[in-house]
Write a protein that binds this ligand. Structure first.
Ligand code: OFO
Length: 173
């Protein structure tokens, strides 16, 4: 595997790992606040990010590279409020999107069209995640701290249906 591509993919493994840990910290905080629906949503989101990391690790190894399992900095323990959690989540997703774009750009420079094709899954995934984070933030702005609204918001997130990416990946394989 081309060394530049391998490095770029391993850097992305680290980003996905840090997303997973970050959302796990958010989930745990939300659970401590009694926001069980939000916690469920964030635990699930953290699992998805771990899956994104695993998908990259497997791809690197299958193509003859060496995947590196990273250590990542400890995420925050406290958050100001729920709006702050989702603002940070969106900010983080925007950073991940730009690093995915950099990987895609490296693929084009190195004429690695297989990895370029593989990365398209991440490009669409980022579009969806950013849109979801923005929708959630818009709802929180509308609610504006109202207790009844927060109750409904938390209940909505409890019922949020994630697409089963792991199963989907299994079916495609
Ligand atoms: Fe991995 O999709 Fe967000 O970060």
């Amino acid at each position: 595997m081309n060394a530049r591509i391998e490095n770029a993919l391993n850097a992305q493994v680290e980003k996905e790992c840090s997303s997973s840990q970050y959302y796990l910290a958010m989930a745990s905080w939300a659970e401590g606040q009694g926001l069980n629906g939000t916690a469920r949503f964030l635990y699930r989101h953290s699992d998805e990010e771990r899956f994104h990391m695993l998908k990259l690790i497997k791809f690197i190894n299958e193509r003859g590279g060496k995947a590196i399992v990273p250590s990542v900095p400890q995420p925050p323990e406290e958050f100001k409020n729920l709006a702050n959690v989702f603002e940070l989540l969106l900010e983080h997703e925007l950073q991940v999107t730009s690093s995915i774009n950099e990987v895609v750009d490296t693929c084009l420079q190195e004429k690695d069209y297989t990895t370029h094709n593989f990365m398209q899954w991440y490009v669409s995934e980022q579009l969806e995640e950013e849109a979801l984070a923005r929708t959630i933030l818009d709802k929180l702005k509308l609610i504006d701290g109202d207790k009844g609204g927060m109750y409904m918001f938390d209940r909505d997130l409890e019922n949020f249906e994630f697409v089963d990416q792991q199963n989907q990946a299994g079916q495609q394989a």
